[in-house]
Design a protein. Structure first.
Lengths: 101, 373
């Protein structure tokens, strides 16, 4: 659905992990852009109604692109840059809390 | 161009107190017009915490404790009635509530207060004192810093915003008229009736209820009443939605029906300033994380300040005017907890019924010898 704008300077390809599967991303991309380019259209399900959500604003305002990054839930995917080996999970419902130790 | 509207009763103030009364009045068969300010008004009803709370209330005023107990007992039927009328679930839950204490002195002090209260109200006054382990058995996510808690089986919580919406919808469905967006400019009392001017329009009625929160302070003297209320600021933080883990509300931390953790509270005497301060917010957050360490890494999504409506002794003022018969003033701090009593017995009193036994002592004369500034 999403296409990269032509004529950008070439950038190194790095590998991230999305739902356990290796996905190529361009170094320097926001995670949300990398996920969209990889064909991810359903970033999360909402906590109350379970409706599907994907990025809307891509500038940190709408909070619809929340994903889990390296074990940390509710990260705005548009506000973090991809890193080699980054592990991403899509979210279903509300954030789960680690029980007290 | 001015318009003129007639009603049986005018209610001034569309917060949870005004709407509870207006709903009760229209349910009883009166033609009611509710005059409300705009969105820039100071609105305790849209900023409060949402507890339906019994424990600790009424020390030195057992009638208030009894009034509160009756309200808590009336809440399930009240919530069911609103749901039946409007389809809105106000997310009422009354599993018992806790006041967490972080050291033994705090716990002993709380327990002594509740013991005095039981002495004043009667042996059935519900509370028990839990030590830290008992708290952790009830709420396994409680941290090791919690020394104990006072638990009261009558306590609970609700969604204050859903409540406000349900009350307004139920009120309008029964034919009540809601007129927002204007500030009352004048109240005239003549020929056994009242005429209120707001936004170029006049409204006339034989009875008048002042439920304008902090606004009652200036409105009450216009009809021979007194409401020396002052603002007291509370600050609140809310987190992102989380999987349910907190089964019981606590005085400072509760989980809403939609999973949000709501954290309060602070009490600040700062006039009409409803802003937030980093110092208070971080203190509130740190205390919550001590009670529930799993909250430490959670994202806060909103914070706000709101102003409580406090009389000099913290208890309500429920009063009929002798100088201008037909005028009433109603003000209290606990508009959520007391909503069923305001819609029920208090509205019935305003409609001409008998004054509830519990509210007869809540007259403004008790402040005549107390400095209010």
């Amino acid at each position: 659905m999403f296409r990269r704008i032509e004529g950008q300077a070439p950038r190194r390809t790095i590998a991230i992990e999305v739902e356990g599967r290796e996905v190529n991303a361009r170094e320097g991309d926001p995670l949300a852009v990398a996920l969209l380019e990889a064909g991810v259209e359903r970033f999360r399900d909402t906590p109350v109604t379970g409706a599907a959500r994907a990025p809307l604003c891509l500038m940190g305002v709408c909070f619809d692109c929340l994903v889990e990054v390296d074990g940390r839930p509710n990260v705005q995917a548009c506000m973090v840059t991809v890193r080699e080996g980054m592990r991403v999970r899509l979210q279903h419902g509300a954030r789960r809390l680690e029980p007290a130790r | 161009m001015s318009t003129h509207t007639e009603a049986d009763i005018l209610v001034i103030g569309g917060g949870v107190v005004g709407l509870s009364l207006a709903y009760g009045l229209v349910r009883g068969g009166d033609r009611v017009v509710l005059l409300d300010e705009g969105d820039d008004a100071l609105r305790a009803a849209r900023g409060n915490f949402g507890l339906v709370w019994v424990q600790g209330k009424g020390l030195g005023q057992p009638a208030y404790a009894r009034w509160t107990l009756k309200a808590a007992a009336a809440w399930p039927a009240f919530a069911a009635e609103l749901r039946e009328r409007t389809g809105i679930d106000v997310e009422l839950s009354q599993p018992g509530g806790l006041t967490m204490c972080l050291d033994d002195n705090e716990l002993a002090e709380r327990a002594a207060q509740l013991q005095r209260l039981r002495g004043e109200v009667g042996p059935d006054y519900p509370y028990d004192v839990l030590d830290g382990d008992a708290v952790r058995r009830l709420l396994p996510q409680t941290g090791p810093a919690v020394a104990g808690a006072v638990h009261c089986a009558a306590d609970g919580h609700t969604s204050p915003l859903r409540l406000l919406r349900a009350l307004l919808q139920a009120y309008e469905d029964l034919g009540g008229r809601y007129v927002p967006g204007g500030r009352v400019e004048a109240i005239a009392h003549r020929a056994g009736g009242f005429e209120v001017t707001t936004g170029g329009a006049t409204y006339a009625s034989s009875r008048l209820v002042l439920a304008a929160g902090l606004g009652n302070r200036t409105l009450a003297p216009l009809v021979g009443l007194s409401a020396p209320v002052k603002p007291n600021r509370g600050q609140i933080l809310v987190t992102e939605r989380l999987q349910p883990f907190l089964t019981h509300p606590t005085l400072y931390v509760r989980q809403t029906g939609e999973g949000v953790i709501q954290i309060g509270d602070s009490k600040e005497d700062v006039g009409y300033d409803d802003a937030t301060t980093l110092a208070q917010l971080s203190r509130i957050a740190a205390r919550a994380a001590k009670c529930f360490p799993l909250l430490e890494g959670v994202n806060i999504v909103r914070t706000w300040g709101a102003l409580r409506v406090m009389s000099p002794d913290g208890f309500p003022i429920y009063q009929a005017s002798t100088q201008c018969p037909g005028a009433f003033v109603v003000t209290c701090h606990s508009g959520i907890t007391l909503a069923p009593q305001h819609a029920g017995p208090l509205a019935d009193w305003i409609r001409g019924g008998e004054e509830p036994q519990e509210t007869r002592g809540f007259k403004a004369e008790r402040f005549d010898h107390v400095p209010t500034h």
